[in-house]
Design a binder for this molecule. Structure first.
Ligand code: SF4
Length: 460
């Protein structure tokens, strides 16, 4: 028993988190910044924060993640980090030659009250930012929100730093994805290209965090949204924001700054959410949905029809980020499964409301919690009281899966002990097929393992 101390009796906790279902804000800011071409994330704080954040991303993506740090010492912690940051900006542009430095703060620099806006303005006045180079920034105190909040805050920094309105409107859409895998970003682009829509997508971590092995290290891989693309997003006709927690604030800022209206959509996970994304692309891009897309949808529906008997009534416990959990729960309900326990360490009132609405007929007694005390300990307590048939979440669920002997589908961030998540999409109809394949594989493996000899089936 790895989690032998989990007690089944659930007591209300107000100020204690045990095994959080979230991680640091700056990790999200780093991930969003890596989706900009030629961008070096910079952590304005101590070296330890930066090392942890980089290693969390490196372990998940199995790629070397570069980021710089202001390297706070005792002196900067007391007197402020202005001189460290200005010197860092100078060093980074001189030695590592990025096009953009994306600065995010940490608990320490936030607590001492460093004004990064003012420091960056001073660096510019002092001539430390070369012509044609940029420094953007985001405030990411980790004692609030989660990695999701950090991602959202860096997207706001990107809009603030680059979006411009010129006199020439463009027949293009902006697509702003929530924190999804590089493969998901590639899939979103593939779908938009299949429809023939012109678009700018930011951020875009495909070909950055799933870059091919060429035998040569490059500091700034091929992928990522370019500066020209970012600057053009203020002239786009409309924005499709995918995932409220991660993208709504940036879409709102873009609307305020450049008068580009937006559609607030779910991340296209599952059939219905993908339908909504495709219909929005079709409507705002003024294009027809091609037959090839309809055929992809038909293939998912076919798998569901063929395999429904393995899915019906199966109970599920899920943890992760609101933007991916909400459409995933919707998909599971469509598969006639029963999402019974759901936790997210990311706060936000709408999480519970939205899920209760989705589950009101299918699982009226579902247990849903989010925020700091909605942690993996609580999830384990619920499971100890009444077991489920399937777990879906990040790697940290493997302890519960082992102790309680429950099939486990790894999905979300971080995944530290498997590969594939960054290469195979879970969005779109193709992604829905992959989710289905994985769930069905787990249930069938379990059936094979547990079946008595007389009912051990060759054909399933
Ligand atoms: S919680 Fe704060 S201090 Fe700790 S690693 Fe994250 S940013 Fe750094």
């Amino acid at each position: 028993m790895l989690l032998r101390h989990t007690l089944p009796e659930v007591k209300e906790r107000k100020a204690l988190t045990i095994n959080p279902a979230k991680t640091c804000q700056p990790i999200g800011a780093m991930y969003a910044a890596l989706g900009i071409h030629g961008c070096l994330p910079h952590s304005h704080g101590s070296q330890g924060c930066c090392a942890y954040h980089r290693s969390a991303l490196t372990r998940h993506y199995k790629e070397p993640v570069m980021a710089a740090t202001s390297s706070f010492t005792e002196g900067s912690s007391v007197f402020g980090g202005q001189s460290n940051l200005i010197q860092a900006i100078n060093n980074i542009f001189t030695i590592y030659e990025p096009d953009i430095i994306a600065v995010h703060t940490t608990c320490l620099s936030e607590t001492i009250g460093d004004d990064v806006d003012q420091i960056v303005a001073k660096a510019k006045d002092d001539g430390k930012i070369p012509e044609g180079k940029y420094v953007i920034h985001a405030s990411t105190p980790s004692y609030q929100g989660s990695h999701v909040t950090g991602y959202a805050n860096m997207l706001k920094g990107i809009v603030k730093g680059f979006a411009q309105k010129s006199d020439i409107p463009r027949e293009q859409l902006n697509i702003i994805p929530a924190w999804v895998e590089p493969a998901d970003m590639r899939e979103i682009k593939r779908i938009a290209n299949m429809l023939g829509v012109k678009f700018v997508m930011f951020p875009d971590t495909s070909d950055v965090l799933d870059a091919p092995q060429t035998g040569k290290h490059v500091m700034y891989p091929e992928g990522g949204t370019t500066i020209a693309e970012l600057e053009s997003c203020g002239d786009s006709s409309y924005t499709l924001a995918l995932g409220e927690w991660c993208t709504q604030a940036a879409a709102q800022d873009l609307d305020r700054k450049c008068k580009v209206g937006y559609d607030m959509l779910d991340v296209p996970i599952g059939i219905k959410a993908t339908d909504r994304f495709i219909m929005s692309l079709s409507r705002h891009g003024k294009v027809e949905v091609p037959a090839l897309i309809t055929a992809e949808r038909g293939r998912v529906v076919d798998i569901v029809t063929d395999m429904e008997q393995y899915l019906h009534g199966k109970t599920v416990a899920l943890w992760g980020d609101p933007d991916t959990l909400i459409p995933l729960v919707e998909f599971l309900v469509d598969l006639e499964m029963k999402p019974k326990y759901i936790v997210s360490g990311t706060p936000g009132k709408k999480f519970k409301q939205k899920l209760e609405e989705l589950l009101k007929d299918a699982v009226p007694d579902a247990k849903i919690a989010n925020g700091p005390q909605a942690d993996m300990y609580l999830m384990h307590q619920w499971i100890k009281n009444e077991k489920v048939d399937l777990l879906i979440g990040n790697t940290y669920g493997k302890y519960i899966a082992r102790d309680e002997d429950i099939p486990f589908l790894r999905m979300g961030f971080p995944i530290l002990d498997r590969i594939g998540h960054s290469y195979f999409p879970t969005v779109g109809y193709t992604g829905a097929m992959r989710i289905l394949e994985k769930i069905l594989g787990l249930f069938m493996d379990r059936q094979d393992r547990d079946a008595p000899e007389e009912s051990f089936e060759l054909v399933m």
